[in-house]
Design a protein around this ligand. Structure first.
Ligand SMILES: [Zn+2]
Length: 410
């Protein structure tokens, strides 16, 4: 085992041992405390910001930088995970950054480096994703961020219901100084596990990502009339599930007609029958449809056609439809020069050119980096957002080597 492998294994078990890191849970706070300890052991200057993101700063030429603003190369990913999630989604990007720092700090480096652990990338707790990086990239004000409320009572631990209240509670344990300087990001790199099977299936080690898909999400509420399943004659029913069946047929027909070569990834993620019961006619249900891909026109065309047909065909079945647009994402093409830099640094390993179907903090960091931001993948041998998620230490080490070379080439 190389020195790098050993350090990564140690970090994974030490920080991962805290358990499932749902944003602002006891376990996540514990993981943050341990991360801060490790950053300090490496000699990094550690800060937090008003959103709870953590920064470990390594100064160029190892000379402390006391100026009010500094240019940095950012490396990192999110510290939180989904409920029941694994130990690698997000964490790999932070830990591979620390391991790379451990190696490069032996030499003099020309640029300041910031290892960042983003807060609340997952939408599980607050129903919105990438909140830490949205704050850094000025996509959300601190007032709005602090006011966001938990989406489910599952996340009510008695220490507050809003982002602000939960963060204040976490900060009591963390006791970090607030970042006191302006950070100007030159670039940002995010190593991440692949969350699908393509690298493993093709036996490749590094996924070179040129674009990141963004979702369009729509919620439909279908209203018919509930009632006793034994007393209402079939001919006079207004069953919301019959409406859903019609919606699903429209969805399938559109998928069949529009999807060419996996360019459009769609999903019906929620089908929620109100007051569902074995002896009740479904009177009302809500369902969500999402479409992701790189072709914005195709995504829009799919969703527009779905909405217009659902809004015409379901009332014919005596089912009312209410449509709510939840998200209108835009796919992002990463800076080709930066992608090429990653490609060149990864060329001694088997690489796969791909796009990311999942969103990442990179999307928001890209908005503020002078030369753009980039994400690249290592294989995940299990399934992601599940406890069985797994990346081999030797593969995480490859991400470290790429980061080391990227830092040295600046
Ligand atoms: Zn992630």
């Amino acid at each position: 085992m190389s020195e790098n492998d050993e350090y990564i294994s140690y970090l994974l078990s030490y920080i991962g041992e805290t358990g499932n890191r749902v944003a602002f849970s006891k376990e996540e706070t514990q993981a943050k405390i341990r991360l801060v300890n490790e950053m300090k052991k490496l000699g990094l200057d550690v800060y937090t910001d008003e959103a709870g993101n953590i920064y470990g700063l390594l100064y160029a030429n190892n000379e402390k930088n006391d100026s009010d603003s500094m240019d940095v190369i950012g490396i990192g990913s999110h510290i939180d995970s989904v409920p029941g999630g694994g130990n690698f989604d997000g964490l790999v990007g932070i830990l591979s950054g620390l391991a790379a720092i451990k190696t490069v700090k032996k030499e003099e480096i020309k640029e300041n480096i910031a290892i960042i652990a983003f807060e609340c990338e997952e939408s599980s707790v607050f129903g919105k994703s990438c909140l830490g990086s949205k704050f850094i990239s000025k996509q959300i004000s601190i007032e709005k961020l602090r006011a966001i409320t938990i989406v489910s009572s599952d996340f009510d631990d008695g220490f507050g219901l809003t982002y602000g209240e939960k963060l204040d509670e976490c900060n009591k344990y963390l006791q970090l100084p607030l970042l006191n300087k302006i950070i100007n990001f030159k670039t940002f790199y995010e190593p991440h596990i692949e969350q699908g099977p393509m690298l493993v299936d093709s036996n490749k080690k590094i996924g070179v990502i040129s674009s990141i898909a963004a979702p369009i999400r729509v919620k439909f509420t279908l209203t018919g009339k509930g009632g006793h399943d034994g007393t209402v004659p079939m001919t006079s029913r207004r069953d919301a599930l019959v409406g859903f069946n019609e919606l699903y047929n429209i969805y399938r027909g559109l998928r069949h007609r529009m999807d060419i070569n996996d360019r459009l990834r769609t999903n019906i993620g929620v089908v929620d029958i109100e007051n569902a019961s074995i002896n009740r006619i479904p009177g009302k249900l809500s369902t969500t449809v999402s479409a992701r891909g790189l072709d914005e026109n195709l995504m829009n065309k799919f969703m527009e056609e779905l909405i217009s047909r659902v809004e015409v065909q379901l009332p014919d079945l005596n089912i009312e439809v209410h449509t709510e647009r939840l998200e209108q994402g835009k796919p992002l093409n990463l800076n080709p020069k930066l992608v090429d830099k990653i490609r060149k640094n990864a060329e001694k390993y088997p690489t796969l050119e791909m796009w990311s179907g999942a969103g990442h903090d990179t999307v928001y960091m890209n908005k503020i980096c002078k030369e753009g931001a980039a994400v690249f993948f290592i294989p995940n041998t299990g399934i992601s957002h599940e406890n069985s998620e797994y990346a081999k230490t030797e593969d995480i080490t490859l991400a470290c080597h790429i980061l080391e070379n990227l830092i040295k080439s600046e």
